[in-house]
Each structure stands twice: as C-alpha cells, then as structure tokens.
Design a protein around this ligand. Structure first.
Ligand SMILES: NC(=O)c1ccc[n+]([C@@H]2O[C@H](COP(=O)([O-])OP(=O)(O)OC[C@H]3O[C@@H](n4cnc5c(N)ncnc54)[C@H](OP(=O)(O)O)[C@@H]3O)[C@@H](O)[C@H]2O)c1
Length: 255
C-alpha cells in the first residue's frame, strides 16, 4: 500500500547494532527509506551497513552514545549532511539493569537505565523536532517502549519505570510536537528474545511465564514489522500520542 512506503524519506535508528534496532534498520530500508544506524559497537553497525549496502540499500552507520549530548547532536547533523534531511526517528536504544528489585539497585543503575531509556529519547526528540521546525518539514518519532510500562512485574524496577515514563513522554511530546508537524507515537512490544530480555526468557521462570501470554508464545522480530511501519510511515498520518501494544495479548492476561 502506497501510504506505507518510505520512499524518499530518511530514517534514523538508535541502538541499531543488535536486536530490534538491527532488524528495524533492514525493515525500513526494504520499504524504501534511507537509513542511518547508530550505536556504540561500531563493528556491529559496520557489518549491518555492509550487508544492507550490498543488498542495494542507501544506508549510513554512525557512532552514537545516546547518553552523550554531543554524540546525539552529531548523529543528527551527520545524517542531515549525508542525506539532506531527516524524516523519521526511532528511539530504540535501551538497557536494563539486570534482575533487580528497587531495594537492590543503586544510583548508578538508576542513572544508566534512565539516561539511556528516557533522557536520551527526550534529547534526540528535541534535536529532531528543532530541525523539523527550522526546516519547515514534517516528522515522525517512534519511541520503543515496552509492556512493562503497563504490567507489574518483580525484578525489573528501573527498566519498567523508565518505560512507563517514556509512554508519558510520548503523550506530552505528541501534544507539544503537533504544532511543528511532528507526530510522536510509541510501540510497546511484549517479550522477544534479545540481550535485553535474555535474563528473564532464559531463566527457569521462562516456561511458566509464557503460559501467562494468551497466544502462548514469545514474540518474534517479524511480529513488529507491520506496527513499526505503520507508525513510521504516512499510514499513521492522523495518529499521534498513540501507544501500539504488540504482545500476543500479554497485558490482557487474566490473573
Ligand atoms: N527484547 C524485548 O523483549 C523487548 C521488549 C520490549 C521493549 N524492548 C526494547 O527494545 C529496545 C531494543 O532492545 P533489544 O531487545 O533489541 O536489546 P539489545 O539487542 O540489547 O539492543 C539494545 C540496543 O541499544 C543500544 N544501546 C544501548 N545503550 C546505548 C547507548 N548509550 N548509546 C547508543 N546505543 C545504545 C545497543 O547498542 P550498543 O551497545 O552497540 O551501543 C543495542 O543496539 C530497547 O529499548 C528495549 O527496552 C525490548
């Protein structure tokens, strides 16, 4: 469908060295976007860039530490320099602090998780919105939240709290960004095996945990393709402040 096409658009993906971001970079490129991939592990970024370039896509890899304001600013300005503009920002970079409760985490855990999952998404969104406003274009921001924003689970304290705050940030940025032509939505995936979820999905709790998902399976990367494309593209042109949950029904599970 034409509305889902990203032809002529430039999409920026943070945390594109592994997991969701690595997958999203390919998905966006396959649907016509020029894609900029950023993360700290440059060897992994380069390998993904090489593979996508060999497949005929227009992509660029940049070093990015989302916790560092100068690095975030550089990520945006180098993207503009390379491709002439920016249209889509996927705030995907995220970390967790291990299976810790609120009594176990320390200040360092708190700052590490909040600075990466929340503060960085705000900062990049601010820079992105300023560019769109200054250049009179339009933009779409997709924040990668999590169903931990809505479910209550032990042992994911700073992570789940940061994702709940990211959902609220999405709503407020949607309200405030509309006047600049920027839509801001969130994707809230359930559990899919990556480095972030490994601690739970490969634990002895895993078998029991999956029984709490109505569809009785964890997610796969491809389960996110339709929803991510919807939010990134003009197909969602009248959506802003929305949170699209993709979780096999997990947040509807009965007690
Ligand atoms: N897996 C799940 O079940 C699940 C469910 C819901 C939501 N999510 C969310 O999905 C997003 C992606 O996570 P994932 O599951 O794909 O795990 P992952 O494979 O560990 O990916 C995390 C990505 O974030 C990047 N990152 C971390 N800190 C960064 C920093 N300071 N600067 C730049 N990049 C940074 C990492 O790259 P470098 O280390 O190379 O910098 C990596 O590419 C996260 O926001 C996560 O919370 C995951």
């Amino acid at each position: 469908m034409e509305q889902f096409s990203l032809a002529g658009k430039t999409a920026l993906v943070t945390g594109a060295s592994s997991g969701f971001g690595h997958h999203f970079a390919g998905l966006l490129a396959e649907n016509g976007a020029r894609v900029v991939l950023g993360a700290r592990r440059l060897d992994k970024i380069q390998a993904r860039v090489d593979a996508l370039t060999a497949a005929g896509h227009e992509v660029l890899g940049l070093p990015l530490d989302v916790r560092d304001p100068a690095s975030a600013q550089n990520f945006l300005s180098e993207s503009v320099k390379a491709f002439g503009g920016i249209d889509i920002l996927i705030n995907n970079a995220g970390v967790e602090a291990g299976a810790k409760t609120y009594t176990m985490i320390d200040d360092e855990d708190w700052d590490y998780v909040f600075d990466t999952n929340l503060k960085a998404a705000w900062r990049l969104s601010k820079f992105f919105t300023q560019w769109v406003a200054d250049n009179g274009t339009t933009g779409s921001i997709v924040n990668i939240a999590s169903i931990t924003a809505f479910r209550t689970i032990k042992g994911q304290f700073p992570y789940a709290v940061s994702k709940a705050a990211l959902v609220k940030a999405t709503e407020i940025m949607a309200l405030e960004g509309a006047r600049y032509g920027v839509r801001v939505n969130a994707l809230a995936p359930g559990y899919i095996l990556t480095d972030v979820s490994r601690v739970l999905l490969e634990s002895e709790r895993s078998e029991q945990f999956v029984k709490g998902i109505p569809m009785r399976r964890y997610g796969e990367f491809a389960d996110l393709d339709g929803p991510l494309l919807l939010l990134a593209s003009d197909a969602s042109r009248y959506m802003t402040g929305s949170v699209v949950v993709v979780d096999g029904g997990h947040i509807c599970a009965e007690l």
